[in-house]
Design a protein around this ligand. Structure first.
Ligand code: FNR
Length: 204
């Protein structure tokens, strides 16, 4: 899809602008998943701002005893970042057929207290990249399930980027003529969910 047609497709939906918080499930410096989010952000149309969350490394292991009073600073920052975003875009590697522990741990923190979690009703979408041949499909499905259980409204689409290291070595990029349009479709679905929130707010 050309940049022009992507802009045209999204234009009616992004009149007010959408702020999307992007969270990579990998802490690795050369992470394919962080790279995937950056490439999607670079291609985002005008009006869609994608900001990368960089606080995952600072999140302590979840401890219900530490989750009774004021939250530790990294947790407060995570919860605030989620609350302030119009939508969430996650990129996850696959670790042992599931999502990385650091990502699940952060989601567990942000999912509490249940009554005030910033996930409630929050539009979210998931993409993923691996060095293997399946593109983290199981991890993406798992992450959609986990996010739904927190109350997020999760787009039912996936972007499996397989053998990402080869793509980067050969093309210098993860997104190609297949993954580029697919990522635009996922972004469009996410922005549509965000827009639905605004329409409902107008009705209320
Ligand atoms: C992996 N990897 C992996 N890949 C896969 O396709 N299925 C799997 O079950 C696993 N399991 C797994 C476990 C652990 C502990 C590690 C460290 C790695 C490979 C992994 O998905 C791959 O290295 C990704 O490229 C990592 O993502 P980042 O860091 O490049 O974003």
């Amino acid at each position: 899809m050309s940049d022009a047609s992507r802009e045209t497709m999204l234009a009616p939906l992004v009149r007010e602008g959408s702020r999307i918080l992007a969270i990579s499930g990998s802490l690795r410096h050369g992470s394919l998943n962080t790279r995937l989010l950056r490439e999607i952000a670079e291609r985002a149309p005008a009006g869609v701002e994608i900001e990368l969350f960089d606080g995952l490394r600072s999140i302590p292991p979840y401890d219900a005893d530490a989750d009774t009073g004021p939250a530790p600073e990294p947790i407060r920052a995570l919860r605030d970042a989620i609350a302030e975003a119009d939508g969430l875009l996650f990129a996850t590697p696959e670790y042992n057929s599931s999502i990385p522990g650091v990502l699940k741990n952060a989601i567990d923190w942000a999912s509490r207290p249940r009554a005030t979690t910033p996930f409630q009703g929050k539009p979210a979408a998931v993409v993923g990249a691996t060095t293997g041949q399946f593109g983290a499909v199981w991890a993406q499905a798992e992450l959609r399930k986990v996010l739904r259980s927190t109350g997020a409204r999760v787009v039912d689409l996936e972007l499996p980027v397989a053998k990402g290291h080869h793509a980067v070595a050969q093309r210098g990029a993860l997104l190609d003529e297949v993954h580029g349009p697919r990522s635009a479709e996922i972004l469009r679905a996410l922005v549509t969910e965000i827009q639905r929130d605004r329409e409902l707010a107008l009705i209320d």
